[in-house]
Design a protein around this ligand. Structure first.
Ligand code: LLP
Length: 422
């Protein structure tokens, strides 16, 4: 059975590219994040094909997975980056990113973060409120530069996704209400320390339909036309991230399916001089990673069968937080035990600590399981709750494995803490 082209069963054992996963578990122990370099490259090539010959920039939404090795891989492939903090700015630059390909999103940019981004010379600030626009103008004036600005507008469209990852609705905290945008653009146009460069939106994540994107695009284009009438012209249009992936049986859109109509509509409206920016995160890394974990205990109770594994909600938070589905593959499937319906749970002291529920599997203690599609929002959302060191991360390239982040040690977890004198 093929799980994904880079995570396949060969001779009855699940591999990452050409390395059997049990080998990685033996070398690096579990829980372990395993990424496929080839899968990263193929995901990128989907965007590269969709934008070939076009004036477009793909800014990797690095919150999905911000390991330097992953950032460096995308940087080498030509990506820009969508950042949401001063920390992400530092990481992107440390991975070799070009500042003039960085866009800075987020509702709560602090002054130090704005200063750092101005000093680096980023491509643009995606501004999310009037108050932020004022702060940006003040700081830029003080520093003596013109800050490149795009307003993140909230187009009030429903992306039909989980409420926690839907961002383009009126009730969300994100963006500037589209009807308030013209006034703010006019204000920015008057400000000597601001330079208007674009408009952007991000309507949500794990989006599986094209209509929400096209609805948002339509609203942005009306805004662009209105601004042009007031003498305000833009250089780029940023549609955010959000393309979904297959976690189970979804049929995601390809970058081409999203972008072809976008380019066509821009041409029809005479706006093909605008650079098109996307900020994909999940669709570049989600299916390029698995979380490898070992069954510690099998526990049958009156109500349920539990497989207690060594990974937990601190390693992969998505099931606890969004009730998200991740496929679970036994790494070396067998039929030593009867098929039973298992809840795959971690060792953390919370009932919400589960990775999958009611999966029919034949399991033994000591078995390895791969939690699939864990490359996005897996490690990047991990915590050290219950004083659990965060997992190691490995990048596989054909038959070679590169340790891209060693497992934290327990001692590291409290090394910075101080006991005050009595
Ligand atoms: N741009 C902005 C402004 C964003 O807020 C996000 C994600 C992205 C781009 C990238 O979106 P993507 O292509 O990955 O859908 N933790 C959640 C997802 C939260 C997404 C937050 N914003 C999850 O695990 O499903």
């Amino acid at each position: 059975m093929t799980v994904s082209p880079q995570f396949e069963f060969k001779n009855g054992t699940l591999h990452a590219e050409n390395i059997p996963l049990p080998e990685l578990a033996d070398t690096y122990a579990t829980p372990l994040y395993v990424y496929s370099r080839q899968a990263l490259r193929e995901a990128w090539s989907g965007y590269a094909r969709a934008t070939e010959g076009r004036n477009a920039l793909i800014c990797y939404g690095m919150k999905a997975n911000s390991n330097l090795a992953i950032l460096h891989e995308f940087q080498q492939l030509g990506a820009g980056f969508d950042i949401v903090s001063g920390g992400e700015l530092a990481r992107a630059l440390a991975a070799g990113a070009r500042a003039d390909r960085i866009v800075f999103s987020g509702v709560g940019k602090q002054s130090w973060e704005i200063r750092a981004a101005l000093a680096a010379g980023i491509k643009c600030f995606n501004v999310e409120s009037a108050a932020e626009l004022e702060r940006l103008a003040d700081i830029a004036r003080e520093v003596g530069v013109r800050a490149p600005v795009s307003l993140r507008v909230n187009p009030d469209v429903d992306a039909h996704t989980h409420p926690y990852i839907s961002t383009g609705l009126k009730e969300n905290k994100f963006g500037i209400a589209i009807e308030d945008a013209p006034e703010l653009y006019a204000w920015a146009a008057q400000s000597p320390s601001l330079q208007i460069v674009g408009v952007d939106c991000h309507i949500g994540s794990q989006i599986l339909e094209i209509d929400p994107y096209l609805d948002a695009l339509g609203k942005l284009l009306d805004l662009i036309a209105h601004l042009a009438g007031r003498g305000i012209t833009l250089k780029h249009l940023d549609l955010g991230g959000g393309l979904g992936i297959r976690y189970h049986d979804e049929t995601p859109l390809t970058p081409t399916q999203l972008l072809d109509p976008v380019f066509r509509i821009l041409a029809e409206r005479g706006l093909d001089h605008l650079q098109v920016i996307l900020e994909p995160g999940r669709s570049l890394v989600g299916n390029a990673g698995v979380l490898l974990t070992r069954v510690e205990y099998i526990k049958h109770t009156e109500a349920r069968n539990f497989a207690v594994v060594d990974a937990a909600m601190n390693d992969l938070m998505r099931p606890s937080l969004y009730e998200a589905w991740h496929d679970v593959e036994p790494v070396t499937p067998h039929s030593n035990t009867p098929d039973r319906s298992y809840d795959i749970v971690g060792p953390i002291c919370e009932s919400g600590d589960w990775l999958a529920r009611e999966r029919t599997l034949s399991l033994d203690q000591g078995d390895l399981l791969a939690i699939m599609s864990a490359g996005a929002y897996g490690f990047s959302m991990a915590s050290q709750y219950n004083t659990r060191p965060r997992a190691a991360e490995v990048l596989v390239d054909d038959t070679r494995a590169h340790l891209i982040r060693p497992r934290e040690t327990v001692q590291q977890l409290y090394a910075c803490e101080r006991i005050p004198p009595a």
